[in-house]
Design a protein around this ligand. Structure first.
Ligand SMILES: [Zn+2]
Length: 165
């Protein structure tokens, strides 16, 4: 196993999401995956970037996925829930660490003591939660409120194929 493989094994899957799947990028980060978002670049630039960074491209662009062969996941659906199900299914749910990453800037969150967030999050949030984390890059605070739990339950249902309608 070479250096890069070891890094990959330790840090989990590293992905490169292009402009054909923008909304998906944030959701993959919510699942704790390391996602770089490149927006609308030429397939040739994305190919180069994926090779240089060792990231697996996630795209709806058949041409791009063809160029990268094994180093790409070609999304089969236009729907966000189906895309999420496909990617998590291919990578393995056990490799995801939900709520461990900032969904805006992709940095790993760090736990912060409750007293440190006093006055920095809404009072009712402070009163009702004990576990907080913060993004070391943008400084956003995170907590697992009812909104998050609801979203997660929905997503888990999608992944398990229990979604109806
Ligand atoms: Zn951040």
């Amino acid at each position: 196993m070479n250096e890069c493989d070891r890094m990959g094994a330790k840090h989990g899957p590293r992905l490169l999401v292009d402009g054909t799947a923008g909304r998906l990028a944030r959701w993959l980060r919510i699942f704790g995956l390391d996602v770089e978002y490149v927006g609308a670049c030429e397939p040739s630039s994305i190919t180069r970037l994926a090779r240089q960074s060792g990231r697996k491209a996630v795209t709806r662009n058949r041409n791009l996925a063809g160029r990268l062969r094994g180093a790409a996941i070609l999304l089969q659906s236009e729907r966000l829930d189906e895309q999420l199900k496909q990617v998590i299914g291919e990578l393995g749910r056990e490799r995801c660490e939900v709520f461990s990453r900032c969904n805006i800037c992709n940095a790993k969150l760090a736990g912060v003591a409750k007293e440190r967030v006093r006055g920095r999050v809404p009072e009712y949030v402070y009163m009702n939660h004990d576990r907080f984390s913060a993004c070391p890059v943008c400084g956003r605070y995170y907590w697992q409120g009812t909104h998050w739990q609801h979203m997660l339950a929905e997503i888990e249902a999608v992944l398990e194929g229990k979604r109806h309608g």
